[in-house]
Design a protein around this ligand. Structure first.
Ligand SMILES: [Fe+2]
Ligand SMILES: [Fe+2]
Length: 271
């Protein structure tokens, strides 16, 4: 099977690029299942139920979130009113958080796919449980007991060391472990020793002619002055779709390819 992983979609520019290019990407790379991080899709902060439903209608299978999960209250109501939703928030959010930290999907081809997200703890101003403890107690038994064919662990984290630590710790347990959140793709996509596909961060789907997706001027003013009253707004130029494609085969010799399509990082992969 082939899986498409897409990094943090930022604002209207990111959404537009996804809408326009997803069918082409799925066609060109023969994608069977698509996971999109959309924590920045609504004006740069959070997601709404409407945006979620639009993305599903474009051919996305699963939406993941992150530290900006609840920036738009609308999504909490949406999740509560639509318990069958395919939205995954970090598993190690506090225990009473809305939503789900993982879900098992039954693909039309009969395969069972588990998608899970955890949040890193370093340099993150959120109340979080220990991600290792949650994976150990809630996910590993599912992988063993529930006939899961393919499994994906997204690590939404600020620092590369934590993403690498989690990936190396669970090498061989998941089909792929990949990072999101920093909005810049890393050039380390590879298969780890025990067969798990890994990339420290799959990057952002947004306008890279920006400061990690936000308009340059105010982002720089905030840094120069420390004055946070300068509003951050998503940059509006053409977005690059950034992510990774995981290819699996019967012998479990899986592979990972980093992709950047459109905008200033375009690598001419679909033309
Ligand atoms: Fe984030
Ligand atoms: Fe993000």
């Amino acid at each position: 099977m082939k899986f498409l992983l897409i990094g943090d979609v930022v604002g209207r520019s990111g959404r537009l690029a996804l809408k326009n290019n997803l069918p082409k990407i799925k066609d060109k790379f023969e994608i069977d299942f698509t996971i999109v991080n959309a924590e920045n899709s609504a004006g740069g902060y959070g997601i709404t139920g409407k945006i979620y439903e639009e993305m599903i209608s474009w051919g996305v299978d699963v939406i993941t979130l992150g530290n900006h999960a609840w920036k738009k209250n609308d999504i909490i109501t949406y999740i509560e009113n639509n318990p069958q939703n395919n939205i995954i928030r970090p598993l190690n959010f506090q225990q009473d958080s809305p939503g789900q930290g993982f879900k098992i999907f039954n693909h039309a081809n009969g395969k069972r796919i588990l998608v899970c997200q955890v949040h890193g703890q370093t340099f993150i101003d959120l109340q979080l449980q220990n991600p290792f403890e949650l994976i150990d107690s809630k996910i590993l038994s599912l992988l063993n007991d529930h006939e899961i064919d393919y499994s994906f662990l997204e690590v939404h984290a600020e620092v590369t060391s934590e993403k690498n630590g989690i990936a190396q710790n669970y090498d061989g347990k998941f089909t792929a472990i990949y990072g999101t959140h920093v909005h810049i793709p890393t050039s380390d996509a590879r298969v780890l020793d025990k067969g798990t596909c890994f990339q420290t961060d799959i990057g952002m789907t947004g306008d890279y002619n920006s400061v990690i997706g936000m308009k340059k001027d105010n982002a720089i003013k905030r840094m120069r002055t420390g004055n946070l009253s300068h509003r951050l707004e998503p940059a509006e130029g053409e977005a690059t779709i950034s992510g990774a494609i995981i290819s699996t085969n019967k012998d479990n010799n899986n592979s990972i390819q980093s992709i950047q399509i459109g905008g200033v990082l375009d690598r001419n992969l679909i033309s």
